[in-house]
Write a protein that binds this ligand. Structure first.
Ligand SMILES: Nc1ncnc2c1ncn2[C@@H]1O[C@H](COP(=O)(O)OP(=O)(O)O)[C@@H](O)[C@H]1O
Ligand SMILES: [Mg+2]
Length: 393
């Protein structure tokens, strides 16, 4: 486990410090600084904010590319593939450094990358979990040596059905991310208590357990589960779910009407798979101290007159209902209690993304003609553990 200082927002961060050898990167690209698992240096951030995943050697890379190409093919009419679109990062084709007009002087200009939407882009302080799903971490074509190697790495996989590959969790006090690597998941025992405690770390911001984001995550997982219960055409091995939630804490700036709303933060118009609502009247600050100051100030101000407090409460209830409806419409559930809602004549009824879940890593996806029981098993086990975390809190 390690700590990474949180930067404000999700800007491209130049990697490497003094004395650290920087890998040669295609011009304008940066390492994917928020990557939590997988092949290091194979994931980049394109200058336009997209994620670039280096095509793996055949047949793995081609399998993954084929998967994305099929699902996002403009002529696709297959209902199962079409239904899958909302659960995958949006595929933006392939990219090679040659396409960037000015390449750095490395020999990798022919390298091909899969260009994907950055699933974390709408989040201010994205807490990210990469969890591999299934009862085995090898595909049916793996050599006996590979099977043995994979089984030894995590013998519990068959009973547990998932393994934490990596996660980063925003810590409010220190304004940093706690980072867990694959050794954390491998060390977890297979009993439900250990899994609950282990997975709880993903929701702990140093001050409290963010169980408020669990319903939204469960909702997405439930929909993915439904997809798997209906489809019989694909089996997913070694695939992951990427679970993201907002680590930043928001405080209102206009509860009393006497405080001016802060500048609106746009989440981006192309947000489709999960809830997209504009923010307005919120104070968003990555520095917890600043948030706390705001909170104190708001508390003082809201005490200005009983009528103002009553009005503000009524408005908050009104907004909570509106937000709930908006979320229902977008098929994303949000625990309104977790939000400090603000509303004034000039404000919009607003809410930022709280969570998202996507399927990633398709290098071992194979055609099939029955349900993927292995993936379903793991997914349901994961959901059960999340439910326990929510209930026992
Ligand atoms: N579309 C994406 N948006 C944001 N982060 C991503 C995306 N795809 C992958 N990542 C990050 O990169 C890591 C590795 O991705 P993955 O596709 O599993 O690669 P590998 O094949 O090397 O395992 C993930 O754990 C996640 O942190
Ligand atoms: Mg992976």
């Amino acid at each position: 486990m390690a700590f990474v200082n949180a930067t404000s927002g999700t800007t491209l961060v130049p990697s490497g410090g003094e004395g650290e050898a920087l890998p040669l990167l295609p011009h304008g690209c940066a390492l994917l600084h928020h990557q939590v698992a997988g092949h290091k240096a194979a994931m980049l951030l394109h200058p336009d904010g997209a994620v670039l995943k280096q095509l793996q050697p055949p047949p793995r890379g081609l399998r993954e590319l084929q998967m994305y190409s099929q699902v996002f093919d403009n002529d696709c009419t297959d209902k199962m593939f079409l239904a899958l679109r909302e659960f995958l990062p949006h595929f933006q084709g392939t990219w090679s450094p040659e396409e960037g007009n000015n390449c750095s002087s490395n020999n990798n200009n022919n390298t091909l990358y899969i260009k994907l939407e950055d699933v974390t882009r709408h989040f201010s302080m994205p807490c990210i979990l990469d969890v591999k799903i299934g009862r085995c971490t090898y595909d049916p074509f793996a050599s006996p040596e590979k099977v043995l190697y994979e089984r030894r790495k995590y013998p519990n996989m068959e009973h547990v059905g998932f393994i934490i590959l990596g996660m980063r969790v925003y810590q409010v006090e220190s304004n940093s991310f706690k980072v867990y690597d694959k050794t954390f998941g491998r060390a977890l025992a297979s009993d439900s208590n250990s899994l609950r405690i282990g997975l709880s770390n993903f929701f702990h911001n140093g001050q409290s357990l963010r169980t408020d984001v669990i319903p939204g995550i469960m909702h997405r997982l439930g929909r993915i589960c439904t997809w798997f219960q209906r489809q019989t055409c694909l089996h997913f091995y070694r695939s992951s779910l990427l679970i993201v939630y907002e680590g930043a804490v928001f405080f209102p700036t206009s509860l009393c009407g006497t405080i001016r709303p802060t500048a609106a933060v746009e989440c981006g118009p192309e947000a489709s798979a999960s809830c997209y609502v504009k923010m307005g009247g919120w104070s968003l600050d990555s520095k917890s101290q600043h948030c706390c100051k705001n909170k104190a100030r708001v508390k003082r101000r809201t005490a200005c007159s009983p009528a103002a407090v009553r009005n503000s409460r009524a408005r908050s209830r009104e907004v909570a209902t509106a937000v709930k409806n908006a979320n229902d419409e977008h098929s994303v559930t949000t625990d309104a209690k977790s939000l400090y809602l603000s509303h004034s004549a000039n404000d919009q009824v607003t809410l930022k993304h709280l969570s998202d879940v996507r399927m990633i890593d398709f290098a071992h996806v194979f055609p099939a003609n029955d349900r993927d029981e292995g993936f379903l098993f793991g997914l349901q086990k994961l959901m059960a553990v999340l439910q326990t975390i929510k209930e026992t809190h």
